[in-house]
Design a protein around this ligand. Structure first.
Ligand code: PGA
Length: 247
């Protein structure tokens, strides 16, 4: 079932006390919210936040697809699951660009997450150069083909997509409403073509890239935008909750 989601990607920010405070401030909101909330803290805080877990789900920003082994510094899919995470981010452009994660590795992570009952939020998005060459739709649908193209419709129903144009991430430059809707509709059409009408209709497609309390309502009003993956603006409880009330 297509859900409305607002997810906060805390990236490599916050000390332990700050992370707990932020989570508790978000949890203490008395105003009803008509969407599901998820936060992605640094992985070392997942177990602590999970002990406090109320209505806000917890996910991890990164993990290794193997269950265990000689991968110094990595956190395994089974460890992530055992520490209480429900969601995982995969294919974020920072992981692709800074840490060299390929579509092939993203695909392995998605398979691993699904076989451990974790919900992958599969990120995709083009660079400015690709958009200026008017290749953005082909580029993004190719990313999807190479990362989720092999799944069954049932497996797809356990995933979400996040469209995050790289030129909008952390830059203060948001995609226009027309740009966001164009790409979200193209992604949904691609999903319908590959997995069937129902599967494409049911999946949640989030927008990410300088989404904030001022622009969220316009973006969420687009028929194919089902919520947001929020970086900078998720580090403040008031602005994150305001975004969550923007549907
Ligand atoms: P931003 O980050 O909201 O700070 O642009 C979004 C993301 O990288 O998920």
């Amino acid at each position: 079932m297509r859900k409305k989601i607002v997810a906060g990607n805390w990236k490599m920010n916050l000390l332990p006390v700050e992370a707990v405070n932020l989570y508790e401030q978000m949890e203490s909101s008395q105003v009803p919210i008509g969407c599901e909330l998820i936060v992605f803290p640094p992985a070392i805080y997942v177990a602590t936040l999970n002990e406090r877990q109320g209505s806000i789900f917890i996910g991890v920003q990164n993990f290794h697809p193997e269950e265990s082994g000689a991968f110094t510094g990595e956190i395994s899919v089974s460890q992530v699951r055992a520490c209480g995470a429900k969601y995982v981010l995969v294919g974020h452009s920072e992981r692709r660009m800074i840490f060299g994660e390929s579509n092939g590795f993203v695909k392995e992570k998605i398979d691993s997450a699904l076989s451990h009952q974790l919900v992958p939020i599969v990120c995709c998005g083009e660079s400015l150069a690709v958009r200026e060459d008017n290749e953005h739709i082909d580029f993004v649908t190719n990313q999807l083909a190479e990362t989720i193209g092999h799944l069954t419709a049932l497996e797809l129903s356990h995933c979400m997509i996040a469209y995050e144009p790289i030129w909008a991430i952390g830059t203060g430059r948001t995609a226009s409403i027309a740009q966001a809707q164009e790409m979200h509709a193209a992604i949904r059409q691609w999903l319908k073509n590959h997995f069937g009408e129902l599967a494409g209709e049911d999946i949640s497609i989030l927008y990410g890239g300088s989404c904030n309390a001022a622009n969220a309502s316009e973006l969420f009003a687009c028929p194919d935008v089902d919520g947001g993956l929020i970086g900078g603006a998720s580090l403040d409880a008031a602005s994150f909750l305001k975004i969550a009330r923007s549907f």
